[in-house]
Design a protein around this ligand. Sequence first.
Ligand SMILES: CC(C)(COP(=O)(O)OP(=O)(O)OC[C@H]1O[C@@H](n2cnc3c(N)ncnc32)[C@H](O)[C@@H]1OP(=O)(O)O)[C@@H](O)C(=O)NCCC(=O)NCCS
Length: 175
Amino acid sequence: MFGPLTESLRTSRLLLEPLAVHHAEEMAEALADPRLHRYIGGRPLTAAELRVRYARLVAGPAPFHQESWLNWVVRRRRDRRAVGYVQATVRPGPRGREAAVAWVIGMPYQGFGFATEAARAMVGWLAAHGVTEITASIHPDNVASATVARRLGLHPTPETSTGETVWRSRTTGPT
Ligand SMILES: CC(C)(COP(=O)(O)OP(=O)(O)OC[C@H]1O[C@@H](n2cnc3c(N)ncnc32)[C@H](O)[C@@H]1OP(=O)(O)O)[C@@H](O)C(=O)NCCC(=O)NCCS
């Protein structure tokens, strides 16, 4: 649906770079704390494991899935440090393209508004590229993530997906 991401997105404090295999080492360091997995399952991956994972993500799904995997490394502009990532899985939906989004910011970099700033840039890009509905699945106890979702204009719905609350919003489409 989308070709490989080529453009970086710039915000006042952050640069969102299209994910590449060479990001694995710095991301393994940024995401090393097991507490990051409290609400999302799994465990921190080693640089070698991340290289394999990123190669798969960059290659994308098989075309018959009609799905795009969009991943950006979030980098702090001030010191060029990788601080986390944001991602969107885009699919055709009944009212246009839909994107399921997620965000992860390394423990040392949390609480500065980076997730909100990065996710806002991503959602703006998605809206400009024909995505009309955004969803996020958030563990009911994940207050930090719910705060980010609310700030993006998402609302919790009665729907659940593997025990997580599904949040949704319509975008205003391309401007
Ligand atoms: C969710 C996450 C990305 C937020 O990153 P962040 O950069 O700290 O987020 P922001 O600073 O933009 O906003 C988070 C807000 O939630 C608040 N918050 C954080 N933890 C909280 C808690 N336990 N209770 C209440 N509010 C909390 C923060 O204070 C902040 O609000 P503020 O700006 O008013 O202070 C980060 O905590 C994370 O990576 N968690 C692990 C992975 C994860 O769960 N991802 C979400 C998957 S749906």
